[in-house]
Design a protein around this ligand. Structure first.
Ligand SMILES: CC(C)(COP(=O)(O)OP(=O)(O)OC[C@H]1O[C@@H](n2cnc3c(N)ncnc32)[C@H](O)[C@@H]1OP(=O)(O)O)[C@@H](O)C(=O)NCCC(=O)NCCS
Length: 214
């Protein structure tokens, strides 16, 4: 396999980053089985970052294809309004009516009514103002690419005087949690059930915030 290069994001990487997002969206596996709309999924999870803060994005590439990315936001308070992006996507794409997304969304509505609680989306932003998303295709995993991407982002933030960084993951994504702990992140607060989120055998998925001091 060609050597994997890590470099700053370029506009020509846009489609590749969006594809990787959709192909890794279910804890590293393709998310299409429960969210069959690539445009909205990538708009929600990577769109804002590559279109509004591209200087905080890096890609892993083999010279031809994008194999992975880290997208970040230095100041979450001034960053993406995920709820607004989500709601806009749901209505402009007709997702409540489409067979590939409606079951997930209506299950989410039922969960919110039952749980009466939404997972927190961020910790204390004075201490951990920055955040990130990282995803690699299987071919790029397990050889230090993730470590290099996190190290780059943390070094960039330290140089800018940013005191801390956070991220959201899932308790059930045990490989990712182990990776982030190896990178110096620690769990923050209690996990909270994700509206609509299910394991393949029907169990609930739980959001976990993790933080790292810089
Ligand atoms: C999680 C992910 C970014 C890690 O990147 P990676 O390149 O595979 O990880 P690295 O090879 O850099 O590993 C760095 C360290 O993390 C640990 N680690 C990585 N993946 C692990 C796993 N699945 N289980 C346990 N530990 C793991 C290793 O111990 C490694 O430590 P070492 O350097 O001392 O050997 C990548 O596997 C991935 O994209 N997974 C699927 C998508 C995903 O879950 N993204 C996170 C969503 S919140």
């Amino acid at each position: 396999m060609a050597e994997i290069e890590i470099r700053p994001y370029e506009p020509s990487d846009r489609a590749g980053v969006r594809d990787v997002c959709f192909l890794t969206g279910y804890m590293g596996e393709p998310v299409e089985f429960e969210w069959a709309d690539a445009k909205s999924f990538s708009d929600i999870w990577v769109g804002w970052y590559i279109d509004n803060e591209p200087e905080s994005a890096w890609v892993a590439a083999d010279g031809v294809d994008v194999l992975g990315y880290l997208v970040g936001c230095r100041d979450t308070a001034d960053g993406p309004n995920l709820a607004a992006i989500f709601v806009r996507s749901v209505f402009t794409r007709g997702l409540l009516l489409r067979p590939g997304t409606a079951p997930y969304l209506w299950r989410s509505v039922a969960d919110v009514v039952r749980d009466r609680r939404l997972p927190p989306v961020a910790p204390d932003l004075a201490r951990w103002p920055a955040h990130l998303h990282i995803d690699l295709l299987p071919a790029a995993r397990g050889s230090g690419v993730g470590r290099r991407l996190i190290s780059l982002w943390c070094a960039t933030l330290r140089d800018a005087g940013v005191p801390g960084v956070h991220l959201g993951t899932l308790v059930e994504n045990t490989g990712a949690v182990a990776f982030f702990e190896a990178m110096g992140f620690r769990p923050h607060g209690s996990p909270v059930a994700v509206p609509g989120g299910r394991t393949r055998d029907g169990g609930r998925l739980h959001a976990l915030l993790m933080v790292k001091d810089l």
